[in-house]
Design a protein around this ligand. Structure first.
Ligand code: GLN
Length: 395
């Protein structure tokens, strides 16, 4: 500002944007870059995505598929998604009316909140939770109601879940496999959620982005539970399954009466996801079971390396059943608070993580935990393991 300009009397920030902070996950990537650390913070792979999809994207661009796709998704991708849900989960989905392709599961979740949740509504969220759900709720004017998943095994307490439901509850967010704990909800847990949603006339919004990255248990699709199809929005995407987080391709599957407001919100936020990448996405969605088995096996090897590294360095954790994160307790290594510890680890040890505080409504709840993302090459994880092994001598 020059000396002749008067300061504005208006606040720089709209009230709603003032009520949440920037993403700590994305911030930790910047911290990692600043200190030249190995980035086990933000969950994105450092290995290539499948070549046939890369080729298909190049072919689509050269084939002049470079203008807007249909707002709610190119017909080929929606058809491929519908076919995948039919063959994998026995779920019939109408690609014409029930699928909205979005810019990542992230945009799908935000659009669903804005389309289906009113100001003042309560939305149940298991805690710890992927940090986006907080701002999503705030942007919709909703009140998040947290139900704890408690260490060491991150199981839900049925009584606490029952107690969270009321006439004010509009929705519950169900993320399985779960970020950041790695829990895969059991059939019993999913059944209880289904029972309570029906008892209280609540909609379920699922986040199933890690559906194919599992080491134990089965992936239970809540929408396939009796009575749940008509009250469930199933969100997933291509980012994790096809290692293409930068492509920003996700989707929401919901009955037509939910999909039409979701499509409207999505349209006015983004118009649509990138057209040539949608064309290539359809190629990936048609991969056969081998691809998915291979993906899960490779992740199991990465998980095992990460677990050994944490054992050796003195962290305490529950081995993840799915997804590619470990929320590890560092209280035997350091008594720093989670944010200070994560910065120290990035700077002095050279391994970036996401401080536990970013997954809790109150930072003190995540005081002594930090999240490791192990969606990395074996070499990257082995290098991180070497650095972590030295960390105890640095405290
Ligand atoms: N879901 C990933 C994580 O938790 C990536 C988040 C993001 O940056 N969109 O790290």
């Amino acid at each position: 500002m020059t000396s002749t300009q008067k300061p504005s009397a208006r606040a720089a920030t709209a009230k709603r944007a003032g009520t949440f902070t920037e993403s700590v996950i994305r911030e930790m990537t910047r911290v990692s870059n600043q200190y030249g650390a190995i980035n086990l913070a933000q969950g994105f792979p450092d290995f290539p995505m499948p070549a046939p999809m890369k080729d298909a994207a190049c072919a689509a661009i050269h084939g002049d598929i470079n203008q807007y796709a249909i707002t709610w998704g190119s017909p080929a991708l929606r058809l491929a998604i519908a076919e995948k849900y039919r063959s994998w989960y026995g779920m019939t989905v109408d690609p014409e009316t029930e699928i909205t392709v979005c810019c990542g599961a992230t945009e799908a979740m935000a659009s669903v909140f804005l389309a289906l949740v009113d100001p003042g509504d309560e939305v149940i969220v298991f805690e710890p939770y992927y940090e986006n759900y907080g701002p999503d709720a705030i942007l919709a004017g909703a009140k998040p109601v947290f139900v704890p998943l408690e260490a060491p095994d991150w199981r839900m307490d049925p009584d606490k879940l029952r107690a969270a439901f009321s006439n004010k509850t509009r929705a519950i967010v169900v993320n399985t496999p779960h970020n950041p704990t790695g829990r895969v909800f059991t059939r019993e847990e999913i059944s209880l959620i289904a029972e309570l949603c029906q008892k209280w006339d609540v909609i379920a919004i699922t986040d199933e982005i890690y559906e194919h990255i599992r080491y134990a248990g089965s992936h239970h699709v809540l929408a396939t539970w009796p009575g749940m199809r008509e009250r469930t929005v199933t969100i997933s995407g291509l980012s994790k399954t096809f290692s293409c987080t930068g492509w920003r391709l996700g989707y929401a599957i919901a009955p037509a009466e939910f999909s039409s407001p979701i499509r409207k919100v999505h349209d006015f936020l983004t118009v649509g996801a990138p057209a040539p990448l949608q064309a290539a996405g359809a190629v990936g969605m048609a991969f056969d079971a081998d691809y998915y088995n291979h993906l899960a096996l490779e992740y199991r090897a990465r998980r095992d390396i990460m677990c050994s590294a944490l054992d050796e360095a003195g962290f305490k954790y529950a081995a993840p059943e799915g997804a590619y994160y470990i929320l590890a307790d560092f209280s035997e290594i350091s008594d720093l608070e989670s944010r200070e510890f994560a910065i120290w680890l990035a700077k002095e040890v050279g391994v970036a993580t996401v401080p536990g505080m970013s997954f809790y409504s109150r930072p003190e709840l995540g005081r002594s935990v930090t999240r490791f993302a192990f969606c990395k090459r074996v070499e990257t994880l082995e290098k991180a393991a070497e650095r972590l092994a030295r960390s105890q001598t640095l405290v």
